[in-house]
Design a protein. Structure first.
Length: 204
């Protein structure tokens, strides 16, 4: 990761901050990595959000396991005082962790990559906007858990399945044991993913 004329990358200890060099929108995204995945693996797919004015904070949980993050959202939100509208999200088990914060009234949106909520946070926050993205070549995720989660969906929630995309292609960390075979390149997968989540974050 390297700052340039468009983006500023900072390692702030408990999170990686990616922010636009100019004209931030006041929107922020706190993102939790998948289990044992290094946080920088998500910089590529999430940088496009920063290019569109969103301040992105990728959490750095202990041992790269999001479920071990025991702090409050304030620990991360305080790293971006310029943000006044928050989304939380995550990949795989990182998404499960993000769901634990979804009932925080400061959180307006929940973004899930190949993930689901394991409990009822979505029901506890009826005004929450939710977008869940899946890959049709993902052979890691538990489909029954996904179906159970989607049954909780409110009118503010939606999901989409992306053709040719595997579980690991929601980040950039190589092949994952037990995953399916991708039918698209990593860059193509990230284009499909960003094409879905950017309008959701930016209300377009």
């Amino acid at each position: 990761m390297q700052s340039d004329e468009d983006l500023i990358y900072e390692d702030l200890g408990n999170a990686i901050k990616i922010q636009p060099a100019q004209e931030p929108t006041g929107q922020g995204l706190i993102f939790f990595p998948g289990a044992k995945v290094e946080p920088p693996a998500y910089a590529s797919v999430l940088s496009e959000a920063a290019e569109n004015g969103v301040t992105v904070l990728i959490a750095k949980p202990p041992l790269n396991i999001a479920l071990l993050h025991l702090g409050s959202l304030d620990d991360i939100m305080d790293l971006a005082p310029e943000v006044d509208s928050w989304a939380v999200g995550g990949h795989s088990m990182g998404g499960v962790k993000a769901c634990e914060y979804a009932d925080d009234q400061r959180v307006a949106k929940l973004l899930l990559f190949a993930s689901y909520c394991a409990s009822t946070e979505v029901e506890d926050h009826p005004g929450l906007d939710v977008l869940a993205l899946y890959g049709d070549r993902d052979e890691v995720i538990n489909r029954q858990e996904v179906e159970g989660f989607e049954n909780q969906f409110s009118e503010n929630a939606s999901s989409a399945t992306l053709n040719g995309v595997t579980h690991a292609q929601f980040g950039d960390y190589g092949l994952q044991p037990g995953d399916g075979t991708a039918l698209v390149s990593l860059s193509e997968a990230h284009q499909l993913i960003s094409g879905r989540f950017l309008p959701f974050l930016l209300d377009r």
